[in-house]
Design a protein around this ligand. Structure first.
Ligand code: GLA
Length: 444
């Protein structure tokens, strides 16, 4: 962690606190290659950790106060390690640190009582779908553990921190925290969730992943959060309907589409979708209509696992969402195999199909992301797709190493020039990625 960014943090810490920092933490952001909106359905993803993320330096305190400052424009924060820790206003950066603190205290059942002084810096643009928020949660958790001399194996943290991050009100899955903790240089990571397992997938050296930011801010605490949580509910409702239509007799109650998937033999997506197509109208349904499809009443449906928050006055598009998630899970398998076999065309085919399904079935794209994908593909990318939650944020493009310059020139000329982004500012909005290592803590 020896670089100019850390030097700046160390300098600021000493200046601010009058004493040197005693440890440093780094947690990377990520780009998801394929497997979008599958994680909270218990189905696999294929992200890689990137060479940008959150860095912190810190020193333990003798009391139970957590003091935060940062090198960017976010203001200082201070809170106490009590139960429960009350959140700041929605969208406040300090909530991600509070999420880690509260989550760890819960999982550890006590013992995380010592406060810490932290100085934080990040170089993942926020609201860009590159997981700046989970990198902050992961880094905060590691810093709090370091300050309390507690050692938790990373796989356990990968299990705990997604639950911890739900403190901020997003019903997200476990991809971002897991890849930030367990990523490895030069590799993507296939992650399965039930149970949590990871498999390293080497990436072809003669290809590069380039991200390009649409500059449409996908605000995790505003409209994008509501749209995201709506997709989570739609999928849970789709799982109830599919399980009923397929007359599944499962050992434990069905909650996620993964529970339905697990009951069938391949080709699973086609079988489930075909059964749903026969009975589920291809439009947004009322809660009452969905209950009828499950042969029950709305009150009983709402009592099922994960549906306590369902809004009975809402409308839910089940068929299209299930179609996306189920086929996307199969695309992850095929894309992983393609990478292992060096079949770049097949990987690219899956990535393009993923994007089309995110746009048409999951409805998480926007005109700017479509424009970027078209420009990237016209500028030499084998494939380009939105990455992360969508509703704005970034695309990721897959391009031969010797085509990177042409791709960047295409993006600059056709997308960024029109939006007044030039010169050095370009390096902050579109850049080639190095598949990076996961989080680390260093005692200084
Ligand atoms: C966000 C969430 C993840 C995942 C992606 C979509 O990044 O935090 O858990 O659901 O969206 O694939």
């Amino acid at each position: 962690m020896n670089d100019a960014a850390f030097d700046a943090l160390l300098h600021r810490f000493a200046e601010h606190h009058g004493t040197p920092a005693s440890f440093a933490v780094r947690a990377p952001g990520r780009v998801n290659l394929i497997g979008e909106h599958t994680d909270y359905n218990g189905l696999p993803v294929l992200p890689m950790a990137i060479d940008r993320g959150v860095r912190m330096v810190g020193r333990r305190r003798d009391d139970d106060v957590v003091r935060l400052s940062n090198l960017g424009s976010f203001g200082d924060r201070e809170f106490t390690l009590v139960d429960p820790i009350t959140p700041y206003a929605a969208g406040d950066w300090g909530n991600y640190v509070k999420a880690a603190a509260q989550g760890l205290r819960k999982e550890l059942g006590g013992g995380l009582d010592r406060g810490v002084d932290l100085v934080v810096a990040g170089d993942v643009p926020d609201g860009a779908g590159l997981s700046s928020s989970s990198a902050l949660v992961v880094a905060s958790a590691l810093a709090l553990l370091a300050a309390n001399d507690i050692d938790v194996p990373y796989p356990d943290l990968a299990d705990w921190l997604p639950r911890a991050e739900q403190y901020v009100g997003t019903l997200s899955g476990g991809m971002d925290q897991t890849i930030s903790l367990l990523g490895q240089a030069g590799h993507a990571l296939r992650i399965d969730f039930r149970p949590l397992r990871q498999r390293l997938v080497p990436l072809p050296e003669d290809y590069v992943f380039v991200v390009a930011n649409s500059l449409v801010h996908a605000d995790k605490s505003g409209a994008a959060r509501a749209a995201y949580n709506q997709r989570v509910l739609e999928c849970r409702l789709a799982a109830q309907v599919a399980a009923h239509l397929l007359q599944l007799d499962t050992a434990r109650p069905v909650e996620l589409l993964a529970d339905v998937f697990a009951e069938l033999a391949p080709p699973r997506a086609a079988a489930i979708v075909a059964r749903m197509e026969a009975s589920v109208p291809p439009r947004a349904l009322t809660f009452g209509e969905i209950a009828l499809l499950c042969d029950t009443d709305p009150a009983e449906l709402r009592r099922r696992p994960g549906l306590e928050r369902a809004d009975e006055t809402g409308r839910y598009a089940l068929l299209a969402r299930a179609r996306h998630v189920l086929y996307e899970a199969e695309r992850v398998d095929d894309a992983e195999q393609a990478l292992l076999e060096g079949a770049v065309d097949r990987f690219a085919w899956n990535a393009r199909a993923s994007h089309a399904s995110c746009r048409d079935n999951y409805e998480i794209s926007c005109p700017e992301l479509e424009e970027l994908v078209a420009i990237a593909e016209a500028s030499g990318a084998e494939a380009a797709r939105l990455t992360g939650a969508g509703f704005g944020g970034c695309i990721v493009a897959f391009v031969p190493r010797d085509g990177v310059a042409a791709l960047l020139a295409g993006l600059d000329g056709h997308y960024y020039a029109r939006r007044g982004v030039r010169g050095e500012a370009l390096d902050r909005v579109r850049f080639p990625l190095q598949p990076a290592a996961g989080a680390e803590v260093v005692q200084l």
